[in-house]
Design a protein around this ligand. Structure first.
Ligand SMILES: *[C@@H]1O[C@H](CO)[C@@H](O)[C@H](O)[C@H]1NC(C)=O
Ligand SMILES: *[C@@H]1O[C@H](CO)[C@@H](O)[C@H](O)[C@H]1NC(C)=O
Ligand SMILES: *[C@@H]1O[C@H](CO)[C@@H](O)[C@H](O)[C@H]1NC(C)=O
Ligand SMILES: *[C@@H]1O[C@H](CO)[C@@H](O)[C@H](O)[C@H]1NC(C)=O
Ligand SMILES: *[C@@H]1O[C@H](CO)[C@@H](O)[C@H](O)[C@H]1NC(C)=O
Ligand SMILES: *[C@@H]1O[C@H](CO)[C@@H](O)[C@H](O)[C@H]1NC(C)=O
Ligand SMILES: *[C@@H]1O[C@H](CO)[C@@H](O)[C@H](O)[C@H]1NC(C)=O
Ligand SMILES: *[C@@H]1O[C@H](CO)[C@@H](O)[C@H](O)[C@H]1NC(C)=O
Length: 704
């Protein structure tokens, strides 16, 4: 043990004795009391004193600590200057009673101050003060981060700052309701955080900052940007489609802050819009139908929304639908067509009777195998357009029975051209094949078949061989065929008649030819006195000439002629000679005109003829009866209708409606030579041609 350690021991023992003395013997205690509050608030720059009152013992040692750091030490009442930390000497000053005074205090002196009073032999006492230095709160501002609240953002922060003064209380209000910490808000010391701000957070925010010396209220309106929301799109008037020429307006509206800007796009082009974002379309055309895109933009956030609106502009096809049928696949199948082009959208076409499928739009073809079910059956095409529903129909038929028509002409070289026309009613139009005898005819030099095959031209026709050949035309379409033979005849007259005028100066001669006769003209011949001619002095010359002589030439189409001027007192004989080129046919029967009186041979003939005639008459009556019976039976069979006009014509107007005329004159009623059976060639000589049998001529008796 060292002498030092011994010394320390001695000091401890002394202290112990002193303590006993103090507790037991000394009555006056060291006390300290604070006058005023232990919490002292002050404003910056002011003078403030932490006041203490010390009593009990003289001259204690006073120590002021700032926090735990002693800043002032002084023995109370001592003449020795207080020990003040150099850096605080401008501010801190100890009063004679031990109070601590701050001069022109600054924020740095906000702290906890402890005063300790120590006197040997006495218990150390202490007191604690809290000094808070404030400033008046001035120039508060609130900054936001980001600048604008955005709906759907993670957070939005309001941060306040003051140019002067610190608050020790801060309260935030939204719509006058104080904001509390919760999942939506975090109230921090300097900030308010709004988590996931939405449009409902828009409104007035109030910040109230308080310290003991001032209260400042700050208002700030916060707008939460959002949108464009889902827009409302619509066309006005509201309808499923528009018709070209209509006027309409497209609207596109959406919520948003700021109000979204609206534009319309169509076909890649931006269209001008009127206020409110509506797009007006006047006199709209079908080209303006389609997808319109509304583009909404929030100009602040750049958020954009596009929505499509389909505008249907329809237009009905102008014309009516057309139905037709054609033969395809080598005249085997039928192709039904239905066309109704031009509409918007294209019309939907279907053949409901043929197929269940809606066949298509605008133009539809349907090919089906020909079957007899289709023969004569009306096939309907249903044509549906949003603006118009209609239909068309077509009836396919096999070739009908027909009569060939024969026309004879003369070409530039004077050669005969015979044209046979086989026109069979059929749908689709029949294809005609031609043969001569058994030889199939092809287009060539002598035989020329028309493009539609319905007509055969026989060039350089030799009338002398006319009877040798049978020309057959066979009309066919997928629904069937119908053939007809034509036996051409040389120039032939089948009948002739004579009609005089009242005073017997003019006669009209009429004649008929078989329909298949090849004729280019007629030679009218007369026998008897010369025709009268009127001379200057009014005298008439008359000269009797024996034998027939030509008096007129008539063209092949002619069937009558007038002959003048006759002498009513003379007897004339007339006949017609058919001509084909250079070939002359058999002359017609002679027709007589003139005063009665029979020539001698005629009288003899009559004398012999009367009994024979009676017999013949009986036979004739029998024959007529038989004929009528037969005809009735025949009429029950199917026949072409006989145009009544034709029958009349034969007796009264012999000049019209002959076959040759038909070809040149277009469609006129056909002569009824239907009575010829379809197998029999019309020109077989042995078969009489009933319709061409003239009615009993007026002057039958004159026929010799
Ligand atoms: C503070 O005290 C000092 C010295 O005693 C004096 O000059 C000054 O004017 C006082 N300040 C105030 C605000 O009273
Ligand atoms: C602070 O506010 C006062 C009035 O309250 C004003 O005069 C002064 O210009 C403001 N200072 C700044 C820096 O804004
Ligand atoms: C709110 O909560 C934050 C932390 O979540 C906290 O720092 C703040 O002091 C709280 N404010 C209030 C007013 O309770
Ligand atoms: C567009 O049409 C609306 C009503 O349909 C009308 O109010 C508006 O003025 C029109 N705007 C323009 C630019 O024509
Ligand atoms: C809108 O229409 C355009 C064509 O005009 C198309 O490219 C786009 O995909 C459509 N948008 C929607 C949402 O249907
Ligand atoms: C159309 O469909 C019905 C039922 O599916 C069927 O009975 C009918 O035969 C069909 N008609 C035609 C023409 O295909
Ligand atoms: C068939 O078409 C004709 C005209 O081509 C028309 O007159 C007739 O009314 C149509 N019939 C039906 C049943 O549609
Ligand atoms: C017409 O046919 C006959 C008999 O075959 C013949 O003698 C005559 O020369 C022919 N005429 C012409 C112009 O070819």
């Amino acid at each position: 043990m060292s002498s030092d350690q011994f010394g320390v021991h001695k000091w401890h023992i002394f202290k112990f004795i002193l303590l006993i003395f103090m507790i037991g013997g000394v009555n006056c205690d060291l006390t300290i009391s604070t006058l005023g509050p232990s919490l002292v608030n002050t404003t910056v720059g002011s003078n403030v004193t932490l006041v203490v009152t010390i009593s009990g013992v003289p001259d204690p040692v006073i120590t002021w600590k700032m926090g735990s750091l002693p800043v002032v030490t002084w023995t109370l009442g001592s003449s020795v200057a207080p020990d003040i930390a150099i850096i605080h000497r401008d501010v801190l000053k100890i009063e004679t009673d031990g109070s601590l005074t701050f001069q022109n205090v600054s924020f740095a002196y906000s702290n906890t101050y402890t005063v300790e009073i120590v006197k040997s032999g006495f218990k150390t006492v202490s007191a604690t003060f809290v000094l808070k230095v404030y400033d008046y709160i001035r120039n508060v501002s609130v900054n936001t981060e980001p600048a604008d609240a955005l709906e759907g953002a993670e957070k939005f922060t309001l941060q306040y700052s003051t140019l002067q003064g610190e608050a020790d209380q801060w309260r935030w209000y939204f719509n006058s309701v104080e904001i509390q910490n919760n999942s939506h808000y975090t109230v921090g010391q300097k900030s308010l955080v709004i988590h996931q701000p939405n449009r409902n957070d828009t409104g007035p925010y109030t910040l109230v900052l308080t310290n003991p010396f001032s209260t400042v209220t700050f208002h700030r309106k916060i707008t939460v940007l959002y949108g464009p929301d889902e827009p409302m799109l619509g066309a006005s008037p509201s309808q499923a489609f528009f018709v070209s020429g209509d006027t309409l307006s497209l609207s596109c509206q959406a919520e948003g802050v700021p109000q979204p800007s609206t534009s319309w796009m169509f076909g890649g082009q931006t269209l001008p819009v009127s206020q409110g974002g509506s797009l007006n379309l006047t006199n709209v055309q079908t080209s303006q139908g389609g997808i319109y895109t509304c583009v909404l933009v929030n100009v602040n956030t750049g958020a954009q929304r596009k929505r499509n609106l389909t505008v249907n502009v329809y237009e009905s096809p102008t014309a009516s639908p057309l139905c037709s049928v054609s033969a395809v696949n080598g005249n085997v199948d039928l192709q039904f067509h239905c066309r109704w082009p031009g509409g918007t959208p294209e019309a939907l076409l279907s053949f409901p009777a043929l197929t269940n499928a809606t066949s298509g739009a605008g133009d539809v073809n349907l090919t089906i195998p020909a079957s007899q079910d289709l023969n004569g059956k009306m096939v309907l095409c249903r044509a549906n357009h949003p603006l118009r529903q209609t239909r068309c129909n077509i009836t396919a038929t096999g070739p009908a029975k027909f009569l060939p028509m024969v026309l004879t002409t003369v070409d530039r070289e004077g050669k005969i051209v015979v044209t046979i026309h086989c026109n069979s009613q059929a749908m689709p139009k029949a294809m005609v094949t031609w043969s001569k005898g058994t030889e199939l005819l092809a287009n060539g030099l002598q035989y020329q078949i028309s493009v539609d095959t319905a007509q055969l031209n026989i060039h350089d026709f030799n009338t002398s061989t006319a009877q040798l050949y049978t020309y057959t035309c066979n009309c066919s379409n997928p629904l069937g065929n119908n053939g007809k033979k034509t036996q051409l005849l040389g120039p032939t007259i089948s009948d002739s008649s004579l009609f005089p005028n009242q005073n017997g100066t003019i006669v009209t001669m009429t004649w008929e030819v078989p329909p298949t006769s090849v004729i280019t003209g007629f030679d009218i011949q007369m026998s008897g006195p010369d025709l009268l001619t009127v001379t200057k002095n009014g005298s008439r010359r008359k000269r009797a000439i024996e034998g027939f002589r030509s008096i007129q030439q008539r063209p092949g189409s002619s069937r009558s002629t007038d002959i003048s001027v006759l002498d009513p007192k003379s007897t004339y004989y007339f006949r017609v000679i058919p001509i084909a080129g250079r070939t002359q046919g058999e002359p017609s029967a002679m027709q007589r005109i003139g005063p009665g009186g029979l020539s001698r041979p005629q009288i003899i003939g009559l004398a012999v003829g009367i009994p024979c005639g009676l017999l013949f008459l009986l036979l004739l009556i029998g024959l007529i009866y038989l004929c009528v019976y037969c005809c009735r039976k025949k009429r029950q069979q199917n026949r072409y209708p006989v145009p009544r006009a034709v029958e009349k014509v034969v007796s009264t107007q012999p000049d019209v409606n002959t076959p040759n005329h038909l070809l040149t004159g277009g469609l006129k009623p056909l002569p009824d030579y239907n009575r010829m059976t379809s197998q029999a060639a019309p020109a077989e000589r042995s078969i009489p041609l009933p319709t061409f049998v003239a009615p009993p001529p007026v002057r039958t008796a004159t026929i010799v």
